[in-house]
Design a protein around this ligand. Sequence first.
Ligand code: ACO
Length: 341
Amino acid sequence: MTDPSITPRPRPAGALRRVGIAGLGHYVPERRLTNAELERAVDTSDEWIVQRTGIRERRIAAPGELASEMGARAALEALADAGIGAGAVDLLLCATVTGDYIFPATACEIAHRIGAPQAGGFDIGAACSGFVVGAQTAAQFIATGAYETVLVVGVEKLSAIVDYMDRGTCVIFGDGAGAAVFTTLERAGRGEYLGGSSGMRGGEADALSLPAGGTKSPATFDTVERREHFVRMQGRQIYRFAVTTFVDLVEKALAPYGDDELGLVVPHQVNLRIIESAAEQCGLPMDRVFVNIDRYGNTSAASVPLALYEARAAGRLVPGKLVCCVAFGAGLTWGHVLLRW
Ligand code: ACO
């Protein structure tokens, strides 16, 4: 099934400015939660987890370590990489579903931590697609000339909302952060933003959500007793959605380009089986797909910037070649960003 809302929107020609990525940053907590430890907590096995998800370990925030702290660390690294001070950030966007508070926005807390009181900003609640949506938002503000520098942070402290008594979800998620500094291509000199797409479909909160704590079901003793402040997921429903959407996004994004122009697909690190199955359906060899889910698990909004950071560190972002980031998540939401590195 092809979703009609997956429509790549290329950068319009004309007076708009070209946009690039000037810097990348990341942060992962020190603590590693291995499959062996999970074997001791719930009825599961290393073999089951590796076979069904590809995950071997994930990082878990230290007690008291906040999402805003992790996001700030990734942000500072991205700014240093760009050679730009925090005082130059015009807009700070934070993609997360596990912010410090329901409100205020975690973007405000990150701006305070990095010393960017002049920046405007807000949080993006598009779950695992949040960074990709943030990147598109950043690109529009810069292309139109509204802002010079936009910092996009993807951060998650999923360990705070994962039920470590539920084997269906606790094996999947991890904590971490990634960040990217967007500015004009002229200043960035690399990572040109060529376009993107984003889509969503409502009425499917049952597939993946945090059932309580919002205004539909405010926190009560009963909601806590029913463990509704933890992630609930219909694994099979998500599996089918993720594979179909991945294939559709990649095929449509790359359709105008020749095979030899693609450098790397950097997908949301949802689950290795989903990534491999979608890659096969797109006819993509796995050496053109970046994977680091084995070490971090699924870090939702942090997953794409963290993968992009590691792909560059591994020398896999080839100058002149296309980099296609695709993401999909709760909502349901999805989107892609196409870059020329
Ligand atoms: N260890 C051992 N057994 C398990 C575990 C576990 N950790 N979790 C589930 N099982 C069991 C189930 O209880 C079930 O047992 P039963 O047959 O006795 O009832 C059996 O394994 C099969 O369960 P399914 O849910 O049908 O297993 P499936 O093959 O679908 O794999 C999984 C489950 C890995 C969650 C899969 O559905 C999946 O990958 N879904 C995508 C979910 C995902 O990646 N979410 C990420 C977040 S969403 C996002 O980022 C967009």
